[in-house]
Design a protein around this ligand. Structure first.
Ligand SMILES: *[C@@H]1O[C@H](CO)[C@@H](O)[C@H](O)[C@H]1NC(C)=O
Ligand SMILES: *[C@@H]1O[C@H](CO)[C@@H](O)[C@H](O)[C@H]1NC(C)=O
Ligand SMILES: *[C@@H]1O[C@H](CO)[C@@H](O)[C@H](O)[C@H]1NC(C)=O
Length: 271
């Protein structure tokens, strides 16, 4: 049971370079069943690759800016060296475009062999050695947004794979999926994450795709199954984008605010 009795603005943090998770959330009187995996007692903060580095896979011509293990190692170093980690920005999160286009013969996900030659367990180990936590990206549908393999048909396998790599945080996007199936599918993947026994923050894109499809998301269920969830557009590399997200949250605060609290947060997308 999850009961929150006080209401106050929880956190509003914003960082300039290069991209930082930006969570403003407030919580208020709320009483419902919540996901209780002991994680995300405060909004998770850290660094995520998408806003700046997108799906740049061209390591041959652009080695310093392509999605590769080197990028995430470098960012881990910077998060610590420049003092962000000490302030609580302690997640290093991979986004889309880390995968090979095909699963292996056991049906498992395979990181891109050229760009992640040492594999994800090795990258997670490096991130952990810096005192940071490691996040990964997948998609509830048949494909990720950029066209790599999605989890449909492999929910248990992929949850187990992430646990075996010592992942701490899973973002599950919602491209190439039917929004009506998310009410069943997101909880199902959460069930498999839980079954691994490894605590992993579960970030869902469930409401935003349903809102785009004209549906009314069932936040009672979303809170029960996710540690955080996306409500609105991806952040872009511009102030106009940041402002539009702030406006969305401001204009919809009556619906959005009551859903947030320890263990379950609105996610206005990383900055
Ligand atoms: C995913 O693929 C399966 C099998 O090809 C198909 O039946 C299903 O409709 C696809 N789902 C979406 C959302 O495209
Ligand atoms: C699994 O779910 C149970 C019941 O909500 C919870 O107590 C436990 O901490 C969860 N375990 C993991 C690894 O998420
Ligand atoms: C929303 O989800 C809750 C919890 O899973 C469920 O009890 C309820 O029936 C759902 N509401 C609707 C309108 O589907």
């Amino acid at each position: 049971m999850c009961r929150l009795l006080s209401g106050y603005i929880y956190n509003c943090a914003m960082f300039s370079l290069p991209i930082f998770v930006f969570f403003f959330a407030s919580y208020s009187i709320y009483s419902a069943d919540c996901l209780e995996n002991g994680l995300a007692r405060t909004p998770p903060m850290g660094w995520l690759a998408w806003e700046r580095f997108r799906c740049n896979t061209d390591c041959k011509n652009d080695p310093d800016n392509c999605i590769s293990e080197n990028l995430f190692r470098t960012m881990s170093d910077i998060l610590v060296a420049e003092g962000y980690a000490a302030l609580g920005y302690n997640y290093i999160n991979v986004d889309d475009c880390w995968l090979e286009k095909e699963r292996n013969r056991y049906g498992q996900l395979v990181p891109d062999r050229q760009r992640f030659p040492r594999g994800m367990k090795s990258l997670a180990d490096y991130v952990h050695s810096k005192g940071l936590k490691f996040g990964i990206y997948e998609d509830f549908g048949n494909y990720t947004c950029a066209g790599y393999p999605g989890v449909l048909g492999y929910l248990q396998t992929d949850a187990e794979t992430f646990a075996s790599w010592d992942v701490d945080y899973v973002k599950l996007d919602g491209c190439y999926a039917h929004p009506v199936e998310m009410d069943r599918g997101y909880p199902e993947f959460g069930f498999h994450l839980n079954r691994t026994g490894r605590p992993m923050i579960y970030s869902c894109s469930w409401p935003v795709y349903q809102i785009y499809a004209g549906m009314q998301p069932n936040f009672t269920s979303i809170i029960e199954h996710c540690n955080l969830w996306r409500n609105y557009d991806d952040i872009q590399d511009s102030w106009a984008s940041v402002e539009s997200i702030i406006d969305y949250y401001g204009n919809n605060q009556d619906v959005i605010v009551p859903n947030a609290g320890p263990g379950h947060w609105n996610d206005p997308d990383m900055i």
